[in-house]
Ligand binder design. Structure first.
Ligand SMILES: Nc1ncnc2c1ncn2[C@@H]1O[C@H](COP(=O)(O)OP(=O)(O)OP(=O)(O)O)[C@@H](O)[C@H]1O
Ligand SMILES: [Mg+2]
Length: 485
């Protein structure tokens, strides 16, 4: 009855493979390694590695059995489905079809599954045929921020700033490569031995990077930064404790009064999220141009032009670098330019733009503190091949950049704005800076959560007068240090 998608005269499905590859046994550490250290040791006991935690036996057996059946059903499906007709099938038709084939094959082999297992199986098979296989469940899980695949048997996810090993796996490297290929071919790219790494964007907007063997030694490496439809706004970030109400008021004044802002931070520290939130302070009447490698920003304003740079194609042609986009943007009458991340020679044009009338521009850089951020800018200028004395480079940076906002992911997984630092000019050969707000750490709670509070440092903003002239007269109280009761 499911004739439309069923191949005519399809080969009978093969019997269940008895020795289908079972999931690898959990990596149980030798007893000696798990023994608690002697009480005399000054060291803390080592944390248990996720791979060492033996899953509940019953649950593991159930998963292994399901995996075995799924593998076999997948083969049966590929034999039975008319893949050519799949593209035109609606979701409901395809689900019904898979449900029927599944029921038929299970029946044929006298396999009894409970309702829950059966619906999991049908869903997984559907994901395999239509979607991105094992990745689908993780992509649908809203609590997951990042998905990190280290070869077919190991998929880590990030939840609440912490990495954990998921129980999702691929069948083997071939399976993983097939899914990678499905993703990259959909955006007209290719990945193979001669082009071993690739950036792409998933249909839902998530940022995707893959690297395949032999460059990836133990199997393909995939990193996905999931796209959040509802970006965290200023209020969310204040509620989450990412920064204080006073800092938000200060940042509003800084952005509205067109200070040039750099958001600095490590990988995944929340730079793009902060940049996006800061952009909400830009007035609706302004023309904003954004330049990114992978379009992640979601600006709320009405007048926004978005650009995405492009790497060279397989023949090494067609590259449009961030610098190309930036140069072009300057001819497009922008009021503000937002560059998703400055990491190379585009730094020259960015500094020039900030210095020549496009004030109020913003970007992010990869650095662990504001002072390092400045050094990163200096290095980028040097590496762009500009022959300029260091002092001249520094004075260019000092007059271009007004503010560095430091985003950090702390050891307990929380993301916070750990510093707001102003650039105040040059003193001799050195760029002078003053910290206006910071996160003051005071300790660690018994459950390893960081204890601390946001505070002003007591210095008044270098830009107070400008704020006042622009109508943002911040009360002097926001610059007073906070002493927690
Ligand atoms: N204050 C916060 N509280 C909770 N989650 C946050 C916070 N800031 C950012 N996130 C989440 O953390 C993840 C990483 O954030 P984001 O993409 O902004 O980091 P990034 O520094 O730009 O990373 P990358 O270096 O990879 O570009 C996202 O999923 C984001 O939603
Ligand atoms: Mg980012």
């Amino acid at each position: 009855m499911f004739s439309r998608y069923k191949k005519s005269g399809a080969a009978q499905a093969k019997p269940v493979a008895k020795n289908a590859k079972a999931a690898p046994a959990p990596n149980v550490a030798p007893a000696a390694a798990q023994a608690a250290p002697k009480p005399t040791s000054l060291r803390r006991p080592l944390p248990t590695k996720p791979g060492q935690v033996a899953p509940m036996d019953k649950e593991r057996k159930r998963k292994e059995r399901l995996a075995e059946i799924k593998l076999d059903m997948h083969r049966a499906l590929l034999d039975n489905l008319n893949l050519g007709a799949l593209d035109t099938a609606t979701e409901a038709e395809l689900r019904a079809e898979i449900g029927e084939i599944t029921a038929e094959v299970l029946n044929e082999r006298s396999i009894v599954l409970n309702r829950e297992d059966r619906s999991t199986l049908t869903q997984e098979l559907y994901d395999e045929v239509r979607g991105l296989g094992p990745l689908e469940t993780l992509l649908k899980d809203d609590t997951v921020n990042d998905i990190l695949v280290n070869g077919p048997q190991q998929i880590f996810v990030e939840r609440d700033g912490k990495l954990e090993l998921s129980d999702v796996t691929f069948k083997d490297e071939k399976h993983l490569l097939r899914i990678i290929d499905k993703i990259v071919s959909a955006v007209g790219r290719r990945v193979d031995e001669s082009n071993p790494y690739v950036d792409a964007r998933l249909q839902d907007g998530s940022r995707f990077n893959a690297m395949v063997p032999p460059v990836a030694v133990d199997g393909s490496l995939v990193s996905i930064r999931k796209f959040k439809k509802d970006k965290l706004g200023i209020d969310d970030l204040v509620n989450f404790g990412a920064f204080s109400e006073e800092m938000a008021a200060y940042l509003q004044a800084a952005v509205a009064c067109r200070l040039n802002v750099i958001v600095s931070g490590g990988t995944g520290s929340g730079k793009t999220t902060t940049l996006n939130a800061l952009s909400s302070f830009i007035d609706n009447s302004e023309r904003i141009l954004t330049i990114e490698d992978t379009a992640e920003l979601q600006l709320q304003q009405i007048h926004v032009g978005r650009m995405e740079s492009r790497p060279p194609n397989v023949e090494g042609k067609g590259e449009v670098s961030p610098r190309d986009c930036l140069k072009n943007a300057l001819r497009m009458r922008p009021d503000r330019i937002i560059v998703g991340e400055t990491r190379g020679e585009e730094v020259i044009d960015m500094l020039q733009a900030m210095n020549t009338g496009h004030d109020g521009s913003m970007t992010t850089i990869h650095a662990n503190n504001p002072r390092d951020g400045i050094s990163r800018l200096e290095n980028m200028v040097a590496m762009a091949g500009i022959e300029m004395p260091l002092k001249a480079v520094r004075s260019q940076i000092a007059s271009a950049v007004n503010l560095i906002v430091q985003a950090s992911r702390l050891q307990d997984g929380s993301r916070r704005m750990t510093s707001i630092t102003e650039i105040t000019g040059m003193e001799g050969e050195v760029i002078s800076m003053q910290e206006v707000f910071r996160f003051q750490r005071v300790g660690l709670s018994p459950d390893n959560k960081i204890i601390g509070h946001f505070t002003a440092t007591g210095v008044r903003s270098h830009y107070s007068e400008r704020f006042r002239l622009w109508g943002y007269d911040l009360p002097a109280s926001i610059y007073e240090p906070v002493t927690p009761e």
